[in-house]
Design a protein around this ligand. Structure first.
Ligand SMILES: [Zn+2]
Length: 203
């Protein structure tokens, strides 16, 4: 009883094969290789097929509080995003809405955490230029501090409708969640340029 309590709080075994060490033994550590597919004509980049080990690792990470597994999962999703951005150029990043119950239970957004984990990915990595000047401005360098403020104040606008997004999720199974995301984004005037998932399940 006490041992299983300790195991829950401080797991010492591999999340897949249940033999030490934690969080994953070497032979259960996932290997990623980004591949391409599509969903309703939208390109999909995925880092791995949805294998049994990946399924167990994701479940342990998302639902069993084994957050140390992020070190093993994040590189796969981030590589898929990097490959997509090479092809698509800059996009906003969009993740499916949080399920409020899961979010309360987990206390974190599992997909966003995967995207932003480590030092390789910073949100500013994928800027989109929606800002334009709507009136002439003078060269700021020639102005003093108050002059710069009045020169630039109210000078910009964001361009509506110029909203290319890269839709990102952890697993694509039937694609229904992602399709609904695309429908809702499309109805709001967004263009979903691509989709990235960590794992794609073949049904
Ligand atoms: Zn193992």
């Amino acid at each position: 009883m006490f041992e299983s309590f300790l195991d829950f709080v401080f797991p010492t075994d591999c999340a897949v094969c249940k033999i030490p060490p934690s969080p994953l033994c070497d032979s259960c550590a996932p290997a990623f290789g980004v591949a391409k597919s599509s969903l309703e004509g939208t390109p999909v980049w995925y880092a791995t097929e949805f294998t049994e080990p990946i399924s167990r690792i994701l479940t342990a990470y998302k639902d069993q509080n084994r957050t140390a597994l992020i070190t093993y999962l994040a590189p796969g999703l981030q590589q898929a995003v990097a490959d997509a951005v090479l092809v698509l150029g800059s996009c906003w990043i969009c993740v499916p809405p949080r399920n409020s119950i899961n979010f309360r239970k987990r206390g974190f957004d599992s997909v966003l955490s995967l995207i932003t984990a480590g030092d390789k990915f910073v949100p500013g990595h994928l800027p989109i230029n929606t800002l334009r000047f709507q009136r002439q401005v003078r060269d700021q360098r020639r102005l003093d501090k108050p002059g710069r403020a009045s020169n630039i104040l109210g000078s910009m606008r964001a361009i509506p409708g110029f909203k290319r997004v890269l839709l990102i999720d952890d697993v694509m199974t039937t694609g229904s969640t992602l399709k609904e995301c695309m429908r809702a984004l499309g109805a709001a005037g967004y263009e979903v340029a691509g989709i990235c998932v960590l794992a794609k399940r073949n049904l």
